[in-house]
Design a protein around this ligand. Sequence first.
Ligand SMILES: Nc1ncnc2c1ncn2[C@@H]1O[C@H](COP(=O)(O)OP(=O)(O)O)[C@@H](O)[C@H]1O
Ligand SMILES: [Mg+2]
Length: 252
Amino acid sequence: MLQIEDLRVELADKVILQHIDLEIKPGETHVLFGPNGSGKTSLLMTIMGYPQYKVAGGRIVFKGKDITHAPINERAKLGIGMSYQRPPTINGLKTRQMVKICAREGIDEEALAERVNFKEFLDRDVNAGFSGGEIKRSELLQLMSQQPDLMLFDEPESGVDMENIHLVGKTIASLLQKDMSFVRNDKSKMQKKMERTKMGLIITHTGYILDYVAADKGQVLYNGVLSCVSNPAEILTCISQSGYEECVRCLA
Ligand SMILES: Nc1ncnc2c1ncn2[C@@H]1O[C@H](COP(=O)(O)OP(=O)(O)O)[C@@H](O)[C@H]1O
Ligand SMILES: [Mg+2]
């Protein structure tokens, strides 16, 4: 599981996150709301381990290991992966190679790409000239090959057209095992419940993703502080009716 305790983060000598407590248990998906500039991306980048986000207090524990100051590659190997809001273009690196680098053993990139309608992009440089929606599908493809246990999604539906939003939503649900229910264990002829183990943290503005992913908890990040924990659909209704400021006040 992921445990964040009293986290304080500085970026360019400015405090951008403080008093952050967050716990995501195996199988749980949390949704993060908040206005622009409130620190949502910073929180995800800090969990992933980007060194410019300086942890000035508190700690991050993942699978029982203190990773507060662990490098990014170590966190990735431990099972943390991220779909970025604005990933860079990497000229000279084909998407196919990128997927292979991310991949766990035995992954067939053609078959995975097919699932997100992305086969024709495999031999193009990573994100080079991709549209907003294509970038998001490329990010999902990388996560599908990496199969992390904790997945961080930074606005996965932004820039995605209506035609592809369904695909993106279903893919995220599948990555987070939210499409998984009961299976029959044929050997013992008994109903066995499959345990969900994947953890997710999704940043969303529109809430479209909630139509596909049954999120367990919602939180609002406002001015660098997590203000409440509640039912995601309730928070979304509150924000759309009264705005973030009012929402944070009444839920607090
Ligand atoms: N490179 C940077 N240097 C200084 N401040 C930054 C930098 N990047 C982001 N910030 C600031 O950090 C704050 C949080 O930004 P961010 O985490 O991107 O918010 P959100 O994702 O919620 O829109 C904002 O005030 C933003 O301007
Ligand atoms: Mg952001």
